[in-house]
Ligand binder design. Structure first.
Ligand code: SF4
Ligand code: SF4
Length: 137
């Protein structure tokens, strides 16, 4: 499905957000993929085409990853929260992602990318969290 320039920009912002979350909000990511995320990957390939078609994505359905065992961390933990699903739906609105998230109460904050500039968030190591993360899809 063709997307607009602004939608493509939004997909790019999503990529930056995931990098930020994985680097600076590891506890949030861990909680999301361990406890809040439900379902399983259906290998629709939409998340391998965000902004651009990944070179390592195989053609046809279901899709595969040519470097699955060494794929980037951002791929392993995708999707991290419902923002990822909403962005991915821009590309493939008629075929839902196999993952979904438990409903979130309004009180629960989602880390925003710009909080990276505040420098107030403790790192995962500083919080004494486990070093081994659950795998994604
Ligand atoms: S994680 Fe979701 S969007 Fe990505 S390939 Fe799996 S089902 Fe498709
Ligand atoms: S999972 Fe593999 S094919 Fe998909 S974006 Fe990551 S590296 Fe590319």
């Amino acid at each position: 499905m063709a997307i607009t320039f602004w939608q493509r920009l939004r997909l790019g912002w999503g990529k930056l957000r995931r990098q930020y979350l994985i680097r600076f909000q590891k506890d949030y990511v861990e909680r999301q993929v361990r406890h809040e995320r439900m379902g399983e990957c259906l290998r629709c390939g939409a998340c391998c085409k965000l902004m651009f078609d990944c070179f390592f994505c195989t053609r046809g359905l279901p899709t595969g990853c040519k470097i699955y065992n060494v794929r980037p961390v951002a791929c392993r933990f995708y999707p991290i929260d419902e923002r990822d699903i909403a962005e991915r739906d821009l590309l493939l609105p008629n075929i839902p992602c196999g993952f979904y998230f438990k409903p979130r109460s309004k009180a629960e904050e989602r880390p925003a990318l710009f909080s990276i500039f505040t420098g107030k968030e403790p790192t995962h190591a500083e919080q004494g969290g486990p070093e081994v993360w659950p795998d994604g899809h």
